[in-house]
Design a protein around this ligand. Sequence first.
Ligand code: DGJ
Length: 704
Amino acid sequence: MPSIAHDPGHGLWILSGPGSSYVLHLDDAHRLRGLHWGPRLTLDQAASLLNYPAPGRRSFEDPADGTLDLDTAGAMRYAHAGIQVRFQDGVRDLEPRLVDATQSDSALVLRFADRHYPLIIETHYHLREGTDVLERHVRLQHTGGPADGPITVVRADSATWVLPRLGDYRLSQVRGQWSAETRLTRTPLPYGETVTTSRRGITGHQANPWAMIDDGSATEEHGPVWSCALAWSGGWKLTAQRLPTERVTVSAGFGHDPVTRELAPGEELVTPVCVGAYTEDGFGAASRLWHRYVRDHVLAHPDEVRPVLYNSWEATGYDIDVTGQIELAEKAAALGVELFVMDDGWFGARTNDAAGLGDWTPNPERFPDGLAPLIDRVHELGMGFGLWVEPEMVNPDSDLYRAHPDWVLHQPHRRRTEHRNQLVLNLARPDVAAWVHGRLDELVTKNAIDFLKWDMNRPFTEAGWPDAEGDPDRLWTDHVHALYAILDRLRADHPDLRIESCSSGSGRLDLGILARSDQVWASDNTDAVDRVEIQHGFSQLYPAQVMGAWVTDSPNPFTGRSVPLDFRFRVAATGVLGLGGDLNRWGDTELARAAELVAEYKAARHLVQLGEQHRLSGQGDLTAVQYLAPDGRETAVIALRHARHFGHRDAPLPLRALDPAARYRDTATGAVHHGAVLLTHGLPLDLAADDHTSTLVHLVREPA
Ligand code: DGJ
């Protein structure tokens, strides 16, 4: 049961989950400090922190720097400020004073008003039942009249997280680029400001809006970890700051430099949620907490098992038609595929990437009778039908653009830079958003579509809105809000429709899009060896049940590497399995083995997708992940080994979180293992000597 307690005498609020507390302190100058974030404390224990000696002499700084939860710019604070504004008269300093506090067992709102200017700043805190995550956001409101003019919001971070003093600080994040996303990095946190950001209008391949901090000694299984993640799918900025005074904060919010946002009199700005979590027991426990949070509080259909899908993209590219798609669908169905997804190339003049985007009607030469013959056949084969769309985009060579050249993001006197021959529709315009929604709604209503792959292949450039009323910069936020509104409305009106978020891979992967999608395409790079690293980084925050992974051809069309079919399957089996190869080119032996491997996945996928994930530490270059059923009665282990060295056999792989007193039966071999032995000595592995070998072991607990 979450709890929030208040000690008015000391100006303290303490917000506690099952294993952690977050303590706020309002000082005499009405500065709201983050006093504690870590193991659970009582109010008394928290109050004792107020007697701690002030840090040493600091003649050139305000000791509040690096300690503020409501981190407003002003006075002698020179560090990064989470809230920065500019009033019409040029004043930038803020002097907030608490005017109201409302609280329940799980929510707290502290309302501050500037001492002079017409600005309200509210900090919102929400504890989620049964977990140690704290959701935060900020609301700014211009309470003045026309004479006050607009207030420019320069920065409105959703949260500034104040870290406790640690012996040292290490920052974990993911970095990447197209086809090489979500690669984990752990680096000592340097002094100064470490900024990760997206200025692209999407979450981005280059960084993902989350960070974890530890003291440099945490491992997969040991040590406290502080983490936070932003629920936002547009531009963002995360600032991890280490001051010379050894105070550390992590501040995160939407928007990027130098974009600002004008608040007109009476207007408000509500930031997206930033979620924070303190965990003990290492990065593995931190990931499990995030996975549970995504399941319990973010996803709309967390208990559904995602189907095995087939996607035609790597097989056919733009060269598609009804006959070819039906042929692939029949082959896919024979392998046990449950959802057939037709990718790009089915509409308008889209025979390559230079034309047709925006014209969402089936190409009459490729689909003379519309989509129905294909969809009907796919359904007849017992599969769901999925369709690729890229609704926020337009090719200049399209009927849509010819009719509405003003609908795209553009600036006067500036070029319209094309990327992949396309431009971005300005969804911040209500007419454009309404048109996009209308087309998609029509598509889904008129055709029996079960699944949309919603793609977005182009970052914002020349992001202008020349005829905007008011501040054109608001397009950065309004585009994302409009995207969310379209997705929310489509999902409400078509409750059986499921959605995959894609942005040339995982360019739009975040907690905001996950509230409106059922899975995310993890990367355009389907090379199984590269995927091990990409998926390892993905798993730090996001659960396997949202991670789309396909088995494609060998040699891989992107990297040219050849990898055995079993290995390709087992790598994809650590997420939501899909097939994406050209099945017309697969031989009978390959197809027969593929059917077996699909069946193997289906037998274990409830564990992979809905179970608790433990990344195991194998020896050498062995990567292994264990998935445990919530009731502990079954577990699956996927082990992947790139190369055997020196002829040494694989060491048994110690498993996690089993009942030491129980015995577990291997469903494939019938071998029975003791829980205590699996936990200490490990699961014997019988991997072949070849490179890229793998296994999926499914263990079921024997009745007592
Ligand atoms: C980028 C996606 O990531 C691919 O899977 C594919 O859908 C292409 N777009 C189609 O244009």
